[in-house]
Design a protein around this ligand. Structure first.
Ligand code: 5GP
Length: 185
């Protein structure tokens, strides 16, 4: 059943079928890479990654455990403050494990850069990242994305876990938010 597009969404950028196919392909690639390594932990970066994380984790064909972290976000604004802060840390250490960071989107790159730095001190066997969306035009710092879902243009996207002011997270597609939403708030 096709759900109607929310009137506050300008257009669907990535539909459900495209998301499904890409996440399945990423999971296969990750499973193949970590199959021989063992001790894999997925670290989901809240809140935006929660749906991507759930879909990706369920498609992995290798054993793994799950952790979450929360970092400070943009709040309700669509512009970055440039400041990254840890709001919630891991429940268990990751020393001796292979870490795969799971992020919703890389924009300026500051969050991913912070995470990569932060995990250097944790004595993981390896640290890699898996990112659903990337906006290359917006990059302020160069960061390496190891597994990428889609490159997108410089637009504010919502759905599939991503929000605007805590709204739109449960849309089943990635949509471009109508500028009228943030211009009127
Ligand atoms: P960065 O540190 O790379 O600038 O930003 C990463 C974070 O910015 C993401 O985890 C996400 O919370 C937020 N972000 C950047 N662009 C978008 C967007 O288009 N939509 C949403 N919902 N969040 C975004």
């Amino acid at each position: 059943m096709t759900r109607p597009i929310d009137p506050l969404i300008d257009r669907v950028l990535i539909d459900e079928a495209q998301l499904d196919a890409r996440v399945t392909a990423m999971a296969a690639q990750i499973s193949a890479h970590y199959q021989a390594q063992g001790n894999l932990v997925l670290v989901g970066i809240l809140k935006g990654s929660f749906i991507f994380m759930a879909d990706l984790a369920r498609r992995l064909t290798i054993p793994h455990r799950i952790e979450f972290m929360a970092l400070s976000s943009y709040g309700d604004l669509s512009t970055s403050s440039g400041e990254v802060r840890m709001m919630l840390d891991l429940r268990r250490p990751v020393a001796g494990e292979h870490v795969l960071l799971v992020e919703d989107i890389v924009d300026t790159g500051l969050t991913l850069q912070y995470l990569i730095e932060n995990f250097r001190a944790r004595h993981a066997l390896s640290v890699a990242n898996c990112v659903l969306l990337s906006k290359p035009e917006r990059r302020k710092v160069q960061v390496q994305v190891d597994y990428l879902g889609f490159e997108i243009p410089d637009v504010w996207v919502v759905g599939y876990g991503l929000d605007y002011a805590e709204r739109f997270r449960t849309l089943p597609y990635i949509g471009v938010l109508s500028p009228s939403v943030y211009l009127n708030s």
